[in-house]
Design a protein around this ligand. Sequence first.
Ligand SMILES: *Cc1c(COP(=O)(O)O)cnc(C)c1O
Length: 473
Amino acid sequence: MTSHLKKDLFRRIPKVDELLKEPSYRRLSRAYSRVHLVRAIREVLDGLREKINTLDPPNILAEWFTAEAIREEVETALKRQAAFHFRRVINATGVVIHTNLGRSLLAQEAIDHIIRVSKSYSNLEYDLDEGRRGIRYSHVQRLLCDLTGAEDALVVNNNAGAVLIALNSLAAGREVVVSRGEMVEIGGSFRIPDVMSWSGAILREIGTTNKTHLSDYERAIGEQTGLLLKVHTSNFRIVGFVEQVPGREIADLAHRSGLPAMEDLGSGNLIDFKTLNLPPEPTVQEALKQGMDVVTFSGDKLLGGPQAGIILGKKKFIGAIQRNPLNRALRIDKLTLAGLEATLKLYEDPRQAISRLPTLRMIAQSPDTLRRRAALLRRRLVRAGIQGFDFTVQSSSSQVGGGALPGIDMPTTCVAVTPRLMSETRLEKRLREASPPVIGRLEEGRVLLDLRTLLDEDFRDIVRIFTEIANEA
Ligand SMILES: *Cc1c(COP(=O)(O)O)cnc(C)c1O
């Protein structure tokens, strides 16, 4: 009986050619290309077949098979195809530097500069004083040196690339000494031991997971040693009976032994976090002051700029890295360079950096501001008369992300949404499917919308999306 019913349903599915001849589809074919229209029709019809195959008859509804329902589905599929795949989402997770959601938002100054230099020709590699070929990095070199006190600077595609090219230039075929407690995996398969082997350097692991002493470094240094490396343990923290050797002591030992010392800072902030009432994070300037010969960090983590790998340090070593043929393979593109220059320029006045760079602004938001904004968003949701949800203001905590301040919870305020007519997982999914998608945090029967990462301009969309969801139910 079941198979008989299913056969009957299969017979109700129209043929692609027949649909294309119908007047309503001819209208669609004027608005969309034939390739897209045929693809959308196939997708919808395949979906119906799939439903017949996988669902039990009582769950298969006759109204899915009406000409009107099919046409509506086709139109939805066409709209989905026409939309960009890569698009804006609303980050309600509270994680400021969220690698999956694009890390740092750019300051308006950076966006403007990117538009300016990409709409016209530029002096990307042209020396306007001399009237001949110039150097791509020159646009940020001076700025980086002035801001950090470094002798020289170079920028590449990302920090993983920066570590790779630095190790390859300074220690290929030789040993690089690293503490076992700093053998970090960043995610997305960036692991210090793996990058080391790709660079051609030989890993010389020392110490134990929780403790490494200066004497461990001393004992490891020999004929084969090429470099001493310190790595910021970005995304984890070992607590308890622990000891790592300070950068200054590693640098001093390296220099006594005629070796360079390098530090992978990961996030690499230029601003002292104490001024933001946050636990201290090592700054780039401090690492250089401690005597590190080469320091690397990301452009799109705490710096708040575009994806880039920034390499600072002594002229001799930066020069060697710049001459490495890998530099061409890892080179930074012009849009990034424009965004980076404008981002760095904001740091000429640190107060301006905090007020203009979204990443720093979000991190520096005061508890009062977060509470006030949460109350405002809640009020707008309640005033919209949205049924089926309870909206409350709730204290919570969030993380900076991006390998900064690991294990440190920052107090924050959320709007907690308790759905009355659906499960919280269903609501989470429905928010993810909204336009724009809203990515929140799930917590015991609620979806939390964290004000730390919500922009004021997201509020309108959130109210509209909840109104739409309430009307569907
Ligand atoms: C994030 C991070 C990296 C990788 O930087 P990308 O810019 O993502 O390539 C490398 N090292 C450390 C310590 C990091 O935190």
